[in-house]
Design a protein around this ligand. Structure first.
Ligand code: COA
Length: 328
């Protein structure tokens, strides 16, 4: 899947949005048997944001999209496609992408959701890149957005400390010079029971359980081990596909789930943590929202500069994992 043609997908602008309400580790320690020290030392998370009642993934994604479109100088009428990575869609249908499209007033362009759990943004970015590379689209809005707080069991300390709500977005534009060099996507559905939500429309809900039985179930240790190995593999694969060495990378922009997983990938790449964008402390694991939240923070703070080489990666339920290498 290495870029060979003349058309690249260049990131023209990014944006992000975190809901107003902040839930700190100390707040959580009043809800379950945990502590700020335990959460920080095991995950690197200090606080997370929680969507207000009635505020949906689409609402968060819309706010992030507005900021990305403003940064890119792109209007709704110019969008050829909207791709939304989310595992917490507003509704079963229409897709969250269609709902965001309506709010933006971008009727007419293609709009669809991609569900790859926490890898949602990287998968959505890859889909958008393919449409641009083949010449079918020139301007694509890619969003990663989640309201995971709606499927977290707030009485279960092993999972509730990890997740939060948030969204990020990027506008991709066709460019003859530079942009995404390659994307690499993988899944291992045989591990579907290690990180999952056990209910749904077709499998059915459980009327006797809170929230219809919807909640994040996770075997944390197994996820940790598989994630580190899978991410090691995909970063090696990405560099090899482009004939590049790890020393060529300027920045690692990883999925923000857990600081220890991020550090393991940085170690594999022999990158100093000064070259790694870390925002997990501020918003916890926002699943599809996490990579674009980190990307936007990196760009708006001026750390990431035009011309630099960026490696994005993510891992999530499914399992799914993937990467994108791009010249910003
Ligand atoms: N506060 C305090 N203690 C907690 C706790 C919490 N929030 N959660 C678990 N514990 C306890 C456990 O009950 C256990 O106690 P015990 O030794 O008395 O049995 C102890 O802490 C160690 O639990 P363990 O699960 O072995 O901890 P860990 O070091 O593996 O850390 C995770 C747990 C979840 C942080 C870690 O497994 C992890 O990060 N996994 C990956 C999760 C992830 O990133 N998922 C999303 C991928 S997209």
């Amino acid at each position: 899947m290495t870029q060979t043609g003349r058309i690249y997908s260049r990131i023209a602008g990014t944006g992000s949005y975190l809901p107003e309400k902040v839930l700190t580790n100390d707040d959580l320690a009043k809800m379950v048997d945990t502590s700020d020290e335990w959460i920080r030392s095991r995950t690197g998370i200090r606080e997370r944001h929680i969507a207000a009642a009635g505020q949906t993934s689409g609402d968060l994604g819309y706010e992030a999209a507005l900021r990305a479109m403003e940064a890119a100088g792109v209007t709704a009428a110019e969008l050829d496609m909207i791709v939304v990575g989310t595992t917490t869609p507003d509704l079963v249908f229409p897709s969250t992408a269609c709902l965001v499209q309506a709010k933006l007033g971008a009727e007419g362009c293609a709009a669809m959701d991609v569900n790859a759990a926490c890898s949602g943004f990287v998968f959505a970015l890859s889909v958008a890149d393919k449409f641009i590379r083949c010449g079918d689209a020139k301007t694509v809005l890619v969003i990663g957005t989640e309201t995971l707080s709606r499927i977290v069991d707030w009485t279960e300390r092993t999972t509730c400390v990890l997740f939060g709500d948030g969204a990020g977005a990027a506008v991709l534009k066709a460019d003859a010079e530079t942009g995404i060099l390659s994307t690499h996507l993988h899944a291992d559905g045989s591990k579907n029971d290690l990180l999952w939500n056990p209910v749904g429309v077709s499998a059915g809900f459980r009327s006797d359980e809170p929230n219809g039985g919807a909640k994040i179930n996770m075997k944390g240790n197994d996820v940790f081990k598989y994630a580190v190995k899978a991410l090691d593999g995909v970063v090696d694969e990405t560099l090899a596909a482009n004939g590049l060495d790890k020393r060529d990378l300027d920045w690692l922009i990883p999925h923000q789930a857990n600081l220890r997983i991020i550090e393991a990938t940085a170690k594999r790449l022999e990158m100093s943590m000064d070259q790694v964008i870390v925002t997990v402390d501020k918003h916890g694991n926002t699943s599809s929202g996490s990579v674009p939240l980190a990307l936007d923070a990196a760009i708006r703070s001026g750390r990431v500069q035009r011309g630099q080489l960026l490696l994005l990666e993510a891992f999530g339920g499914g399992f799914t994992w993937g990467s994108a290498l791009l010249r910003y």
